[in-house]
Design a protein. Structure first.
Length: 84
């Protein structure tokens, strides 16, 4: 999916829902699932959601963690840029 306006709206909706559920700011549900899957004993919800998302796109949750890291790094770069 291209990173157009609709993509960004859906991304921010995803982040908002994740903040409501997990109280973690600026992380997507997929990334939260990917992090939960890294635990020694992942919770059932994470296993189920990971299975579903990986059926749509192999490695989805792992990619989501990396995408969230990249998005955070991009925001840091933007915020550190001196304005004219």
């Amino acid at each position: 999916m291209q990173k157009n306006y609709l993509y960004k709206v859906l991304l921010f909706l995803d982040i908002f829902i994740c903040a409501l559920v997990f109280r973690d700011p600026d992380v997507t549900l997929s990334a939260e699932t990917g992090l939960a899957m890294q635990r020694a004993k992942p919770p059932r919800w994470a296993k189920a959601l990971n299975w579903f998302l990986n059926a749509i796109q192999p490695g989805h949750c792992t990619k989501a963690v990396n995408d969230d890291i990249l998005r955070a790094q991009t925001a840091i770069t933007y915020l550190q840029t001196r304005q004219p």
